[in-house]
Each structure stands twice: as structure tokens, then as C-alpha cells.
Design a protein around this ligand. Structure first.
Ligand code: G5P
Ligand code: MG
Length: 212
């Protein structure tokens, strides 16, 4: 968990390099649906572009359906749950044993998001200042073009942060009261990451360590 632009995608990519967990990003799932230009995709696009959350029932259905497809694998959710209602729906089906919260100041986030470039098919993210692609404008792995997300404009980022405060911060309390919340604070992913890695090395059974 963490506000928009706090580094959930960046940290998730590092986690799945070091640990055997399948990464599922709610934003990536939604953007796949938008790209497919289905009727549902159009509805989702209008929510996302306005910086609003998509309806709980739609989001929970998409995530739970993907989780069911994962069988017995262990997974890492990025961006879900984002409301208390979504957290309760998840709890009805699965038990969550660890929640990592990236606590990054809003001012830092606003600067980052305007210089983010994304490879939409994979969800890989770059940043002109922080982790630029090897060739400007192109994905390192596929060589395909990178795009800027429509919801990364300053106005929409402000709305996303507002909806985070109103709807998502209560989820932190929900998990704190269950004793599973671990918060990592800072302004730089490179400084936060060693603490996350050390925490997961202690927390996860050895079967999950040592991904390629
Ligand atoms: P998303 O796609 O989940 P957000 O808003 O939660 O979007 P976002 O924007 O994807 O989160 P992130 O994953 O937390 O951010 O951050 P990131 O991409 O790793 O890093 C941000 C940028 O900073 C990148 O360019 C990265 O390279 C750079 N960076 C990282 N670390 C550093 C650093 O240390 N220094 C610097 N300089 N740069 C750094 O959700 C999108 C929309 O989908 C809907 C909503 O409409 C949402 O707004 N949605 C949901 N709706 C309802 N319920 C849900 N559960 C939903 N999930 C998504
Ligand atoms: Mg993300």
C-alpha cells in the first residue's frame, strides 16, 4: 500500500526479483481492460482519468478472479485493497499475512509523477531522473514505446491524493488493528528498499526466497 506514486510498482518489481511471489497490480489490470476498449474499459477509463477510484464491486471482481486463477501460488497485491469495503471482500476469501505501507510525502510524489514513463503492456515504470530507460522513450526489455499515463497530470494527481486520504488511509487503520501493517517511511526508494528486503527476509518462509 501507499499513496499514488509512492513507489508501489517499483518496490513490487524488486520484491519479485528477490522473492517467489506473483505480482498483481490493480492499476495494470485496469489499464489492460482500458486498452482492450471493451464497454467495461470505457467506464474504467473515465474513472481513472478523473482521478477517482473505480467502483468497489467491479475492482474486487477483477482481482478475485485473477487470484482464483493463481491456484496455490503466493502473491503480492499492489494497489488493492484501496477501500475498507475492498479489504473486507478480500478478507472473506483469503487471509492476508503482511501489509507493506510506503509512507512518502505528497510533495515528493507530485514531482515524481510528472516525469514518469510507463510500458503499458508490462507495467514497467521509468523516471527521467530516477531510473531512465537505456534508450529514451523505449522499454529496456521489448524496445517498445513508453507512454505517459493520462492520469499523471498535476490536476489529476492532486485528485488522486485526495481520494487516497479520504478512502484509502482508513484501510491502513483496518490492517493496523489486525496487527499485520508494516510502514516504511522516506523520500527515496533506494533508501526504503533495503529495509523492506530485510523485513521480508525475516518474515517470509525460506520457500519464498531466492527468485531469479
Ligand atoms: P494505480 O496504477 O495503482 P497509483 O496512483 O496507486 O496508481 P501509481 O501511480 O502506479 O500508484 P506507484 O506504483 O506507487 O504509483 O509508484 P511507481 O510507479 O513505482 O513510482 C512512481 C514514479 O516515481 C515512477 O516514475 C518511478 O520510476 C519513480 N520513482 C520511484 N522511486 C523513486 C525515487 O526514489 N526517486 C525518484 N526521483 N523517482 C522515483 O491506479 C491508477 C488508478 O486506477 C484506479 C484508480 O482510478 C487509480 O487512480 N484503481 C483503483 N480503483 C479502485 N480500487 C482500486 N483498488 C484501484 N486500483 C487502481
Ligand atoms: Mg503503480
Amino acid at each position: 500500500m501507499g499513496p499514488p506514486g509512492s513507489g508501489k510498482g517499483t518496490v513490487s518489481a524488486r520484491i519479485t526479483k528477490s522473492f517467489v511471489l506473483k505480482h498483481l497490480s490493480s492499476g495494470d489490470i485496469l489499464r489492460c481492460n482500458v486498452n482492450a476498449q471493451t464497454e467495461l474499459g470505457l467506464l474504467l477509463k473515465s474513472c481513472i482519468d478523473q482521478g477517482q477510484l473505480v467502483p468497489d464491486d467491479v475492482m474486487s471482481r477483477l482481482i478475485l478472479s485473477d487470484l482464483r486463477g493463481m491456484g496455490q501460488s503466493s502473491w503480492l497485491l499492489d494497489g488493492f485493497p484501496r477501500t475498507v469495503s475492498q479489504a473486507e471482500t478480500l478478507d472473506d476469501a483469503y487471509s492476508v499475512d503482511t501489509v507493506i505501507n510506503l509512507n512518502v510525502p505528497f510533495q515528493t510524489i507530485k514531482q515524481r509523477l510528472t516525469s514518469r514513463w510507463t510500458h503499458l503492456p508490462s507495467g514497467r515504470v521509468y523516471n527521467i531522473d530516477f531510473n531512465p530507460p537505456k534508450v529514451p522513450g523505449l522499454d529496456d526489455v521489448t524496445g517498445e514505446p513508453l507512454v505517459q499515463r493520462d492520469d499523471d497530470t498535476p490536476e489529476t494527481v492532486t485528485r488522486r491524493l485526495k481520494s487516497y486520504e479520504t478512502l484509502t488511509e482508513p484501510v491502513l487503520e483496518y490492517y493496523r488493528s489486525k496487527g499485520v501493517l508494516e510502514t516504511f517511511s522516506g523520500t527515496e526508494t533506494n533508501k526504503i528498499w533495503p529495509h523492506v528486503e530485510e523485513f521480508l527476509n525475516r518474515k517470509l518462509p525460506s520457500v519464498h526466497r531466492g527468485a531469479a
